[in-house]
Design a protein around this ligand. Sequence first.
Ligand code: AMP
Length: 193
Amino acid sequence: MTMRLCVFCGSSSGSKPIYVEMATCLGKALAENGIGLVYGGASVGLMGAVADAVLANGGEVIGIIPQALQEKEIAHQGLTDLRVVRSMHERKALMAELSDGFIAMPGGIGTLEELFEVWTWGQLGYHAKPCALFNVEGFYNGLATFLDNLVEEAFVKSNHREMLIVEDDVARLLTAIDRYEAPVLTKWIKSSE
Ligand code: AMP
């Protein structure tokens, strides 16, 4: 069965060329490793760049876009498979179901929301799939520090914090995803705590 990874990323391209360059680099690496891409189906921003790179290198791309966003995000017309769904909830559920792991590249609020949703599902043991940040040029350093603070302040357990892979290099990112083992989550809620 084809392995597929879901990439969450900006519907914008960001301020620096490196963001598009790294989206292209990730897309190329996915295709070269025979890994299919699942993503939000847009042709714009980093979303378009990662999809274009997978396709240009002979890979498979499944895009999932809600009807209402089809025009706004300009649905990509060259995908292996474009699925138009009714709602954002349906989009996220299908992206999660079809994917064996999740990568967030630089992006905005939508990207963060998508990443945190799948990570919380992992924390609850709904799935055992890896969640990762592709930390292009330290884009997510501030977030990583904030997440450490959540552990410091005893709102997040360190094994749940450690579930999130953070890598700034595509090869290391894909290796970490490949080696990921979900923590054993029994007793994660303790009435005494
Ligand atoms: P952004 O990171 O805001 O550029 O958005 C990246 C992708 O996330 C786009 O395809 C957005 O449609 C999507 N998105 C935006 N808001 C949400 C949300 N609340 N839930 C899920 N996806 C969203």
